[in-house]
Design a protein around this ligand. Sequence first.
Ligand SMILES: [Zn+2]
Length: 307
Amino acid sequence: MKKDFSRSGAAAQRKTAFIAPLRRCVRNLLLASVVFICFSASLAQTKPTRAHASMSPEAKALLEQAIGVVCTQAKLDPKSSIAIDEMQSRPSLPIHSPEARAGAERAQRLLPIAKDLVINSLRQLSTEYGVRKSRYFNLRLTQAIARVNSVKRVKPDMDSRDNASVYLSRPHVITFGTIFLAGLRSDEGMISVLAHELMHIADGDNDSLRILVRAVGNKASDLTGLDIHGQRSEEVACDLIGAMAARAYIASSPDYESIARRLARSIQHNCVDLDEGDEDHLSPRNTIRALLALNPGLVRELINDRF
Ligand SMILES: [Zn+2]
């Protein structure tokens, strides 16, 4: 089924974009006509099932230990992802620079794999959160998967710098800033970010997956004590799909590198020095905290694996 991303009436003239995974899924002030899906999440009306999960002090200590592994690897691993605050401080990179070209080739090569991994992760997460019992949700999920399958191309863009985005007027293309392409120096880091973008596309301009997204946000709030609602839920859900996709990729492609080092690459762009959030986004380090709280298997693998 082909899903039309454009809206009716005057709104159809606007472009809608998803920009990720930094503090970037916000209205772009340089393009006044751009409207982001990020702002419509609060319109959701369906009540999710609350998990009322909590974490023991031991689990919290393990989580902090795992964050230490992720951010230590950021300094040790030659293929680690550059922290987003550092990416933001770098000068623009020409499209034909070797680093940007290598990143673009990596992204295009991994796009089909990332699509499959996102679809599998989305199904898995939906089952895990009990939302597939709803016929309404299953229909939305089928449409979301069709949207993911329709993405065909990664377009490098110098002006996008450290952003990645999808314009609903061109839903088959993910636009990727060259700094971002160069800053994700591993397949694991790239798959995580591609999957984040694809999850925005899956959710679409009507927040089709809002039941799932809300449930993820509520559980993350319960586990961490952080306020993760509205747009923050969508960003965390996109990052969670990214981490799940990267983890599945690592499991299916064993190599000589340690699993923990590879896993760390999927979230370590959040190992910032300048740790600031806003109304729509957790701070990067709290993003890692929420992702690991939602994914205790990831915590175990990060801690137990030897380098
Ligand atoms: Zn995003």
